[in-house]
Design a protein around this ligand. Structure first.
Ligand code: NAD
Length: 291
């Protein structure tokens, strides 16, 4: 996809981080922008931020865990701007409660919440927007945000949800090609990006208080690595270049390639699981290497 001006983009999780970076990039390219997000105050601010770029923008309070809410996002987008051409199924969360816990120790409600937003939220976006794109027939693109966690051995709710997004998106692209559709799919697998995801608990359903255990060393490691990560603007620029090149696998952090390669080699060698040494990565990160 090369032509963006005058077309319409919908971005879930558009009020913060990577989603807001994508929204600002869409605005810069002259697109109409629809932001869907669960956090109303951040959404209102994000609409103002994008408006400052002279874009036509609306914000729609959306909970991607609920299919009806995603369907409402499409209805609001088409009512405001007509056909939708670009969808970023991007909203995502990580459970602070599960940090440092073994797979079998993580609470059920962490699994339900993380799978609900990260996997089902993307699935609902696909089920809602792709039929709309196929029906209008104009060139369109769907980009699902997974993570490098999708190609690493990460068995917690976050890793499992992201492996699911990768598999889902591979299936979508194959189905679109078989139908010779004027729609493409891509999967975004970033390493660390400087966003608010370390405080994702702020949007956990029904939580009066965020369950963030800021004394947990893993929380501090994650926060430090995010702060040293790429900026949302860099990710957005990378994604638009990748769409122009019709690249399916979007991996903006080449420093991780060695981990991806070593996992693939372990599988093909029928060996044990290649575990990640987070502390070694943190040390490398402290020396200025970007993960
Ligand atoms: N930051 C990173 O290092 C990183 C790395 C790899 C992948 N990702 C992925 O990038 C995506 C964006 O995350 P981010 O890092 O920008 O975090 P962020 O917390 O800054 O932004 C996430 C946005 O999603 C919204 N959101 C949360 N639950 C929602 C729901 N149920 N419905 C609608 N919106 C909801 C939040 O309100 C927030 O505005 C996520 O899918 C995340 O897993 C992030």
């Amino acid at each position: 996809m090369q032509e963006f001006s005058g077309r319409t983009a919908v971005i879930t999780g558009g009020a913060s981080g990577i989603g807001l970076g994508l929204a600002e990039h869409c605005a810069q390219l002259g697109m109409n922008v629809v932001l869907g997000d669960i956090q109303k105050d951040a959404l209102d601010q994000a609409v103002e931020t994008v408006e400052r770029r002279q874009a036509d923008v609306i914000g729609v309070v959306t909970d991607t865990m609920m299919k009806s809410s995603v369907q409402n996002l499409l209805a609001e987008a088409t009512a405001a701007f007509g056909n939708v051409h670009l969808v970023f199924n991007n909203a995502g969360v990580a459970a602070g409660n599960s940090a440092g816990k073994a797979v079998w120790e993580a609470p059920d409600d962490d699994w339900q919440w993380v799978m609900g937003v990260n996997f089902y939220g993307v699935l609902y976006g696909v089920q809602t927007f792709i039929p709309h794109m196929l029906a209008h027939g104009e060139e369109s693109y769907v980009v699902n945000t997974a993570s490098l966690a999708a190609v690493m051995p990460m068995g917690g709710s976050y890793g499992v949800s992201k492996h699911g997004v990768l598999a889902l998106t591979e299936g979508i692209q194959s189905d679109l090609e078989q139908r010779d559709a004027n729609v493409r799919a891509g999967v975004l697998c970033p390493g660390f990006v400087d966003t608010q995801i370390f405080a994702a608990e702020r949007n956990r359903p029904g939580a009066d208080q965020p369950h963030i255990d800021s004394d947990d060393p893993q929380f501090e490691i994650a926060k430090a690595m995010l702060a040293n990560g790429k900026s949302p603007e860099e990710i957005a620029a990378y994604v638009f270049d990748a769409m122009a090149a019709e690249q399916f696998y979007m991996l903006p952090h080449p420093a991780w390639d060695e981990f991806v390669r070593s996992r693939t080699e372990q599988i093909l060698a029928r060996q044990g699981v290649a575990t990640m040494d987070m502390m070694a990565m943190l040390e490398r990160s402290a020396k200025g290497e970007q993960f």
